[in-house]
Design a protein around this ligand. Structure first.
Ligand SMILES: Cc1ncc(COP(=O)(O)O)c(C=O)c1O
Length: 379
């Protein structure tokens, strides 16, 4: 028997080690990692710079509580805001970052309604779950938090109809990750930003999966020339050390005064020291342009499968966040198992999308090796 809740459909392999783009299971079988732990290990496993940062901080203070000044938090926040006027709140996960965003949006605007999108995913705590546009994930947990409405993604008319003067915020992913790797259309996202401004509603962009270089820009929204009022990020921010962050325009900061919101572990020194290294490594033009080049290569090569295999319907995504839509959930299951048998780990998204999230540091040779396996298994 297992001593764990059965809330995850776990595979039997137990990943006990990793190096670069590879992970090793309990039998020392080596797998090419096209998951990065669901978009977390963006700098690969046992990255030397990350290891060094962690080791240095391990020998200093790990945790000092948020009762005291924290220079490391200030440094990470400054790097995250990239010269723009945002204030940052640190927490420990994506769902917590979204909780903070929802609370800030309501308090700062004095409005209650939040509009989100169908097949979105924002997390599992009550606020974030209520924002998630997937009834299946909410089933059994009612009553959820009131005030959320779910609109069709990439459509403007339903949004215009619902964007009334009691809407605090519109919340969205630039590429819906769990929902099936569905990118926002540029014109749509720019129109959403404009409509929000006209209505004095805040635009919250959830960059928890798309952020930290995953799509080829540090935040995915940068490729859309929009400027969100609130940004949430987590997952890859400390390459596996738990951390999350919520950035809000400075004019919103007064709504989060002393006592308004908080967390014990959020922004602890270990996570901050690693996050500082991760941002420094990833937020460089050469690093990000390499992600774009690798992503374009992978996407172009995979797109050929649309003509070559009747199982492949579409290839979508940006940078190294790529979805291969297959013809059925059964094909997806068979493909993921087939890849595992060929020692490549990959993910699912939505009902029938093969989701590929390799470490951003993956080499061209590893990428080609992965492609070869994917081609073989799908064909
Ligand atoms: C877009 C998005 N938002 C929020 C979350 C929740 O993050 P966490 O699992 O760290 O709570 C996820 C996790 O997959 C996500 O992909």
């Amino acid at each position: 028997m297992s001593y764990l809740f059965p809330n995850y459909a776990r595979d039997t392999i137990d990943l006990i080690d990793g190096a670069g783009s590879y992970v090793y299971d309990q039998n020392q079988t080596r797998y090419l990692d096209f998951t990065s732990g669901i978009g977390v290990s963006n700098l690969g496993h046992k990255n030397p710079k990350v290891l060094q940062a962690l080791a240095e901080q391990t020998n200093k203070i790990w945790h000092s509580s948020n009762l005291y000044a924290n220079k490391l938090q200030e440094q990470v926040a400054q790097k995250l805001t990239m010269g723009k006027d945002y204030a940052t709140f640190f927490c420990n996960s994506g769902t917590e970052a979204n909780e903070a965003a929802i609370k800030l949006a309501r308090k700062a605007t004095g409005r209650q309604k939040i509009l989100t999108f169908k097949q979105s995913f924002h997390g599992r705590t009550y606020g974030a779950l209520s924002a998630t546009g997937q009834p299946a994930l909410q089933a059994g947990f009612y009553p959820i938090v009131a005030g959320f409405d779910y609109l069709p993604y990439n459509q403007l008319v339903p949004l215009k109809e619902k964007l009334t003067d009691d809407v605090a915020a519109v919340m969205l992913e630039v590429i819906q990750g769990e929902g099936g790797i569905i990118p926002a259309e540029k014109k749509w996202l720019q129109a959403v930003e404009k409509l929000c401004k006209e209505n004095n509603s805040l635009l919250i962009i959830d960059e928890i999966q798309t952020g930290v270089g995953r799509t080829g820009t540090f935040f995915a929204f940068e490729a859309y020339q929009v400027e969100p009022d609130i940004i949430t990020t987590a997952k890859a921010l400390a390459n596996g050390i738990p951390v999350g962050a919520m950035l809000g325009k400075v004019e919103l900061a007064k709504a989060f005064g002393p006592g308004s919101h908080g967390t014990t572990f959020g922004g602890n020194n270990l996570a901050m020291r690693v996050a500082e290294t991760v941002i420094t490594e990833i937020n460089q033009p050469t690093f990000l342009s390499a992600v774009v080049a690798k992503g374009n290569f992978l996407k172009q090569e995979l797109s050929q499968l649309i003509d070559q295999s009747d199982k492949v319907c579409a290839v979508r995504g940006a940078g190294l966040m790529i979805g291969v839509e297959l013809d059925s959930p059964e094909t997806l299951y068979t493909v993921i198992q087939g890849l595992k048998n060929q020692q490549l780990l990959a993910l699912k998204a939505g009902k029938k999308v093969l989701r590929l999230l390799p470490p951003l540091t993956i080499s061209q040779q590893e990428l080609e090796q992965g492609l070869k396996i994917i081609r073989q298994v799908i064909q």
